[in-house]
Design a protein around this ligand. Structure first.
Ligand SMILES: *Cc1c(COP(=O)(O)O)cnc(C)c1O
Length: 461
């Protein structure tokens, strides 16, 4: 047989094609484990195909999280896919890298103990918030016990917070006192604290970069108001800064704002590495001002991995790649890179704010100045436009844009807002395209009012 004939025959015998495979002619199992093994390549391809139905992450302007990922990060993530960050004895260099990240952040946020401060990585700001809240609760209880006072009624005071603080309060049995919005303010005001704090207040959470609007809460003003309260009542109430976004922005482009450990009342800070820290999804950070701000009782010593290793976390096993990628980002970008990127995001957000201001039907609540790179707006007159921002979100989805609509927190729940986040990888050109689609859809909705334009519940990050 001639060689080319042999080859042809062999090809036919070996002919494999994902879409000619018997698996691809059926529905994939949805509730039961299949009995038999299958071809991994076929299965992988079919799952990839299903994932096409998901939104396009880069067009998701509702998320704060990293969606632009360079090859170097992918390679580092791949390299560390089998590393468990909890095995600090087996992976001492990974543990060392986590420690370096903690020191870098402690320095960036002006901890008086810098390299010797205490902190750790987490799965995100939510876990970090739980740890921060727990430390406040323990510190408060120790103090109360020492004074022979009751410890059964702790509360935490905050402005409009991200859902993680509501979780903290419920899971760990702390009353949450969410200070309502007054007049045109978009966050908690220092003057409001005296009406919400008391001897059972374990701490005040100040948000640097409100989830709802993007504005920063005035940490320094809040600290001063707590100084006054301490002078009058004797309650020494600590501040935890939820800097999920802002803690990676303010140190680079808003150096004039005082919000971090340079204020002595700030005892702990959390941030999401996977938001403006630009690490891939799955890493957050919490740092305490000094070692004494984290109660020893919360630290567990693990000896069954070899060695004696202190840990403070809700999770145990966790991938190390995100932490390694965070370190890579720190070293690669440095102050200069972080500054350049955050500046560019802020200027794009401010440009978008200017353009939206020109649109008659919109009322701009936050135009990208002074807080995180984002804009937030409502409809000027929700009741007469004949459509809601939810309808606009729906129309924009047809172009692939994900833009969240949701009500403001109390006492402004009657106002529906929309928020657009500008993060690394959202270019000026993308914003031109978005503005084109947004104007077109606003025009469409004006000409085709929606009957029973109904409010929907939306989930925001
Ligand atoms: C995103 C966010 C959180 C939750 O952070 P995750 O990293 O998503 O767990 C908490 N607080 C604020 C202010 C946030 O923006």
């Amino acid at each position: 047989m001639a060689l080319h004939h042999y080859k042809k025959k062999k090809y036919e015998e070996d002919f494999k094609n994902v879409y000619a495979n018997s698996i691809s002619k059926t529905q994939l199992p949805k509730s039961e484990l299949p009995e038999k093994v299958s071809d991994p390549q076929v299965i992988k391809q079919l799952i990839c195909d299903e994932l096409f139905m998901d939104g396009n992450a880069r067009q998701n302007l509702a998320t704060f999280c990293t969606t632009y990922i360079e090859d170097e990060v992918r390679e580092l993530m791949d390299l560390s896919i089998d590393k468990n960050m909890i095995d600090k004895d087996e992976y001492p260099q990974t543990a060392e890298i986590e420690h370096r990240c903690v020191s870098i952040l402690a320095n960036l946020w002006h901890s008086p103990e810098k390299e010797d401060t205490i902190g750790c990585s987490t799965t995100g700001s939510s876990e970090a918030a739980m740890l921060g809240g727990l430390a406040l609760k323990w510190q408060w209880r120790k103090q109360r016990e020492a004074e022979g006072k009751a410890t059964n009624n702790p509360n935490i005071v905050c402005g409009p917070v991200q859902i993680c603080w509501h979780k903290f309060a419920r899971y760990f049995d702390v009353e949450i006192r969410e200070v309502p919005l007054t007049s045109d303010n978009l966050c908690m005001q220092p003057g409001q604290l005296k009406d919400y704090c008391d001897e059972n207040t374990i701490g005040v959470v100040a948000t640097l970069g409100s989830t709802f609007t993007g504005v920063y809460e005035p940490v320094q003003g809040l600290a001063k108001a707590l100084d006054v309260i301490q002078n009058e009542k004797g309650w020494d109430i600590p501040i935890h800064v939820d800097g999920a976004s802002g803690a990676f922005i303010a140190p680079f482009i808003q150096k004039d704002i005082k919000w971090d450990f340079s204020i002595s009342r700030v005892k702990s800070i959390n941030a999401s590495g996977h938001k403006f820290g630009m690490a891939p999804l799955g890493v957050g950070w919490i740092i305490w001002r000094t070692i004494d701000d984290l109660p020893k009782e919360l630290i567990f010593n693990v000896d069954y991995l070899g060695g004696q290793l202190p840990t403070f976390a809700l999770n145990f096993s966790r991938p190390a790649g995100q932490i390694i990628a965070q370190y890579y980002k720190f070293l690669y970008l440095g102050r200069q890179g972080y500054t350049a990127i955050q500046e560019s995001c802020a200027s794009t957000a401010q440009y978008l704010g200017e353009q939206l201001r020109k649109i008659d039907s919109l009322k701009i609540l936050y135009d990208g100045h002074g807080g995180i790179p984002a804009v937030c707006y409502s409809l000027k007159d929700e009741n007469t436009t004949g459509f809601s921002l939810y309808d606009l979100s729906d129309r924009l989805k047809m172009h692939g844009w994900q833009i969240a609509s949701y009500p403001l927190p109390s006492n402004r729940e009657n106002i529906t807002v929309q928020r657009i986040l500008i993060r690394h990888g959202v270019s000026r050109d993308m914003i031109f395209l978005l503005l084109r689609d947004l104007c077109k859809e606003l025009e469409h909705l004006k000409n085709n009012p929606v009957l029973n334009s109904s409010e929907k519940i939306s989930f925001h990050h």
